[in-house]
Ligand binder design. Structure first.
Ligand code: HDE
Length: 703
């Protein structure tokens, strides 16, 4: 068979150039002159002309019998599959999970039996609300879906970067999602929660308040997939060989620490590079800086669960890590990008119900609903019950079953027996010992539509989350709420939200009301039970208290001009490389600049193409003349001004002062602005970068 190779480069081949050769397997390969494979139809027929459709005469009409044209257009017209109804925009990578030690005490899952065991993995990160082509930096929850190809079948931990959820019962999922998606009459806004429908629903759904605190925090604006946590959200079970069950919550902790951007950056990044997160992951993996997360488990029993007022089955609640420290059990490393985005990232099918023996579900009503839902979505999107035949979805362990036929069946069983039991001595058999056995939980009660009393507290953990944030982070939450509600046109919705916020924190409610210009503070929303004020702050919930302390994995943007000090640049580059960080050069022209010593400095970007929002910190290394010239270039002024406004560290040489001043940045303003002498002070600057931002600057800046 001729291998499809329509992507290989080379001049267009014509049928006259054709030579026939036999391949290794004896198959006939068709080559044009020069060894380029000949373009064929999907049926393998060689194509003579791919530039012109078949016509009568030079000017048409086109002839119906042009089967090559028909096949080509037919296939093109059907290239799209439905995008995911939620989490449509996503980006995936391959890697592996490495088990630290045996967890046989808790689970019989094979993946946790042997220290050092490596299990292939595929991870897909996503936003929830936006379409497939939407921007990366929408304020949104991020999906963090992990497929582990274990020796006992695929295990999917289909989690988020936030450990709680909006709703307690799966039956409300279509409502919350409809409310956040573009409004159905007007078809906008895209990938945004800042609109009436979303806040109307939320203001009528008190159970969402804890999650609202998270999505209004900087957690919803991650700087990189590599710098965010992942959570299984629900309480699951681990079941050991003795059929003993332990409750478990899954946490993925990024090795490079947590980091987010602020809203003004997010808005600008979306314009400057809508693929910011994708590019970041691609660049990191392609350059060998493989992102890594540690899997940590919160393990507990029923007695521990009973110590809380809330229900561990309620997905709007978390167990503070200070009360139950998560135990590290393995690491996830992403080291390979897919070869084909569609085949792998688009077609990967995650399902919460994919669990190996030894992992089991709790009765969390959201999880139960998800277990029901995910199979539907695969059939809808992938179009066949045989979606497990796609390589990305197929298990990597041996598998045998009697499922057969159906659309696009690629793996077709041979032999006579397609049922069991059979007396032909053929085919697989079930194994009571090795097979999946559900934990034999005892349940009873009347059949009814009801929400348990234990799910009734909607504000205490929202308050705990708010109180666990630094002042800076609390300010960001208040500003996010103000922005979002400022886009709500119906004042009654704004007021209903403020009434809820007053239950979370008086000052938060009052600040948002004040910033929105609500003259009379509404009474706080009614609660069914008293909001607890005694839950201690949990520092684990704050991003800023869990930063990396090192600049590793981050990037400095260096603005240069002709006559720049190349030695200074190279000492900056090597100091950053030592930290595991990178540097990109931005010049007036993308071709680069001539250094003071006459050598050439290559640039990666031109000024207008690389605003400082794309970097974690900036430096300005220019000549006297360059500094003067750039001070008249709006994009250069914006580069510096934004870096300052976004509380970034800035390094500069003396010659950059005119530019800094025109950008409104006084060089002796704060400790985040560093003077680089020729070769000097680079180390101090790079050391300081570990703090990532100069938050002390923020109160003096009004965005
Ligand atoms: Fe999902 N969710 N979800 N979800 N979810 C989907 O499955 C659903 C929920 C999550 O990268 C869909 O393949 C219901 C919570 C991620 O491919 C769909 C409910 C959490 C992804 C679906 C929830 C998630 C999805 C859409 C309420 C965090 C992307 C396409 C009961 C713990 C996976 C698809 C990927 C995707 C249903 C709630 C995470 C429709 C019914 C809670 C990360 O099946």
């Amino acid at each position: 068979m001729t291998k499809s190779s329509n992507r290989s480069s080379g001049k267009p081949a014509t049928i006259h150039d054709q030579k026939l050769q036999r391949g290794e397997g004896g198959e006939l390969h068709q080559f044009a002159e020069g060894g380029t494979p000949i373009l064929t139809t999907a049926q393998g027929g060689p194509v003579s002309d791919d530039q012109n459709s078949l016509k009568f005469g030079a000017r048409g009409p086109t002839v119906l019998e042009d089967f090559h044209f028909r096949e080509k257009i037919f296939h093109f017209d059907h290239e799209r599959i439905p995008e995911r109804v939620v989490h449509a925009r996503g980006y995936g990578a391959h890697g592996y999970f490495e088990t630290y030690k045996s967890l046989a005490k808790y689970t019989r899952a094979d993946i946790f039996q042997r220290a050092g065991e490596k299990t292939p993995a595929f991870v897909r990160f996503s936003t929830v609300a936006g379409s497939k082509g939407s921007v990366d930096l929408a304020r949104d929850v991020r999906g963090f879906a992990v497929k582990l190809y274990t020796q006992e079948g695929n295990w999917d931990i289909v989690g988020n970067n936030i450990p709680v959820f909006f709703i307690q019962d799966a039956i409300k999922f279509p409502d919350i999602i409809h409310s956040v998606k573009p409004e159905p009459d007007r078809g906008f806004p895209q990938a945004q929660s800042a609109h009436d429908n979303f806040w109307d629903f939320i203001s009528l759904t008190p159970e969402s308040m804890h999650m609202i605190m998270w999505v209004m925090s900087d957690r919803a604006l991650p700087r990189s997939f590599r710098f965010m946590e992942g959570f299984g959200v629900h309480t699951f079970r681990m079941v050991n060989a003795k059929e003993e069950s332990t409750f478990v919550k899954f946490h993925w902790k990024p090795k490079l620490g947590l980091q987010s951007v602020i809203w003004d950056e997010a808005v600008k990044i979306n314009g400057a590079d809508p693929d910011f997160h994708r590019r970041d992951l691609w660049d990191a993996i392609q350059s060998g800086n493989f992102p890594e997360w540690e899997l940590q488990l919160q393990l507990f029993d029923q007695d521990f669960a009973d110590t809380f007022d809330f229900d561990i089955l309620d997905p709007t609640k978390l167990i503070p890590e200070e009360l139950l420290p998560p135990i590290p059990v393995g690491r996830l490393v992403l080291d390979r990008m897919p070869e084909n985005f569609f085949a792998e990232t688009e077609q990967v099918a995650f399902m919460t119900q994919n669990v190996p023996p030894g992992i089991d579900f709790s009765n969390d009503p959201l999880l139960q609903g998800r277990n029901f839902s995910y199979l539907d979505t695969q059939l809808k999107r992938l179009g066949s019950t045989n979606f497990t035949h796609l390589p990305i979805n197929a298990p990597k362990c041996p598998f045998h079953h009697f499922q057969q036929d159906g659309h696009m069946a690629m793996r077709n069983p041979v032999g006579r027996a397609n049922y069991q039991p059979n007396s032909w001595g053929e085919g697989p058999r079930e194994s009571p010992q090795k097979g999946f056995r559900s934990f034999a939980d005892v349940e009873q009660g009347p059949k009814q539509r009801i929400r348990a009393e234990s799910f009734a507290d909607h504000y205490s953990q929202a308050r705990q989350f708010f109180k666990s944030q630094t002042i800076t982070e609390q300010g960001h939450i208040a500003n996010a709420l103000t922005f979002e509600l400022s886009k709500v046109e119906n004042p009654a919705i704004r007021e209903r939200m403020v009434a809820h916020l007053l239950n979370v924190d008086d000052s938060l409610g009052a600040t948002v009301a004040e910033q929105l210009g609500i003259k009379d503070l509404p009474p706080s929303a009614e609660t069914t039970i008293e909001v607890r004020d005694d839950l201690p702050p949990s520092p684990a919930l704050s991003i800023l208290q869990n930063g990396p302390k090192r600049f590793e994995g981050r990037k400095v943007g260096v603005l240069v001009s002709d006559g720049a000090d190349a030695r200074l640049l190279s000492s900056l580059a090597s100091a950053l490389a030592k930290e595991g960080a990178t540097m990109e050069v931005i010049a007036p022209r993308v071709g680069g600049v001539e250094a003071a010593a006459g050598n050439w400095i290559d640039a990666k970007h031109m000024i207008g193409g690389a605003p400082s929002v794309l970097f974690d910190a900036v430096a300005v290394v220019v000549s006297e003349e360059g500094g003067q010239q750039l001070s008249n270039v709006p994009a250069a002024r914006q580069f510096v001004a934004d870096a300052f406004t976004h509380c970034k560290f800035i390094a500069y040489v003396d010659a950059a002062v005119p530019l800094m001043e025109k950008a409104g940045v006084s060089v002796d303003l704060d400790e985040g602005v560093h003077l680089l002498g020729s070769g000097g002070n680079v180390a101090t600057f790079v050391q300081a970068l570990g703090a990532l931002r100069v938050w002390a600057r923020e109160p003096s800046i009004s965005l």
